[in-house]
Ligand binder design. Structure first.
Ligand SMILES: NC(=O)c1ccc[n+]([C@@H]2O[C@H](COP(=O)([O-])OP(=O)(O)OC[C@H]3O[C@@H](n4cnc5c(N)ncnc54)[C@H](OP(=O)(O)O)[C@@H]3O)[C@@H](O)[C@H]2O)c1
Length: 216
């Protein structure tokens, strides 16, 4: 697939590199440093290049949105019309000092994004992957028990594209249902990320997703 990376920091940089090495055409965009984008593209291999958000979006089958919540409006404005595009978002709706969620309970960052990027096909995924620990997880991709990664969205074709990328990154995709499920998975994501950074010292975490039923 042709994949545009909107936000080439920890998440966008590492996932974009993995996608390029898995054979996808990747355009890294949105950094304060053009030379950083060039370096990322060079190190990711032949199928990667650097560009502007508009160039990343232009011919993309899929866009990975990986910017801090306070940069979402700016990067979307720079990317231009995204109607019909699949946007896989890992951007959590956090406040400026990253201490809490700014969208919760009655909506989610993913649902708010779907309103901002009119006509785009939004899938919420990769939110639970702290990028610094991604490579250890990636190394286990050939093992028997690949770690699962939850995703949600309302468009089956968009979700199929996201599921392929989730597999390419070494995880087993778990379809959690419609985009509305992001209301539950985003706070959970935050918790998982915090626990992950506690490493071996952190508590063990068990979880279960109930099947989501549409309510009246
Ligand atoms: N890091 C994780 O482990 C992780 C895990 C799950 C979800 N997330 C979520 O993913 C999103 C991205 O996180 P991240 O850790 O990848 O963030 P990050 O490393 O700060 O990356 C953000 C990117 O946006 C760019 N950017 C910021 N301000 C800009 C501006 N004014 N103009 C142009 N580019 C600008 C940064 O540019 P520079 O290259 O110049 O810094 C960087 O490339 C967040 O919503 C976060 O909650 C992160």
């Amino acid at each position: 697939m042709r994949i545009g990376i909107l936000g080439s920091g920890l998440m966008g940089g590492k996932l974009g590199t993995i996608f390029a090495r898995a054979g996808h055409d990747v355009v890294f965009s949105y950094s304060r440093s053009r030379s950083k984008l060039d370096t990322l593209a060079r190190e990711a291999g032949k199928s990667a290049r650097a560009g502007t958000p508009r160039e990343a979006a232009q011919d993309a089958d899929v866009l990975l949105l990986a910017v801090h919540w306070n940069r979402v409006d700016d990067v979307l404005r720079q990317a231009g019309d995204l109607s019909g595009k699949v946007i896989v978002t890992c951007s959590l709706p956090m406040n400026d000092d990253d201490t809490g969620l700014v969208v919760a309970h009655s909506s989610s960052g993913a649902e708010e994004l779907a309103k901002k990027a009119t006509g785009a096909r939004v899938v919420s995924a990769f939110g639970t992957v702290p990028s610094e620990v991604l490579f250890a997880v990636f190394e286990s991709r050939d093992g028997d028990a690949r770690p699962s990664l939850v995703y949600c969205g309302d468009d089956d074709d968009a979700k199929a594209a996201a599921a392929r990328l989730i597999r390419d990154a070494g995880f087993e995709p778990v379809d959690a249902g419609p985009l509305e499920v992001a209301r539950y998975s985003e706070p959970f994501t935050l918790l998982v990320a915090r626990l992950a950074y506690e490493g071996e010292e952190g508590p063990a975490l068990a979880y279960r997703f109930e099947r989501y039923e549409e309510r009246e």
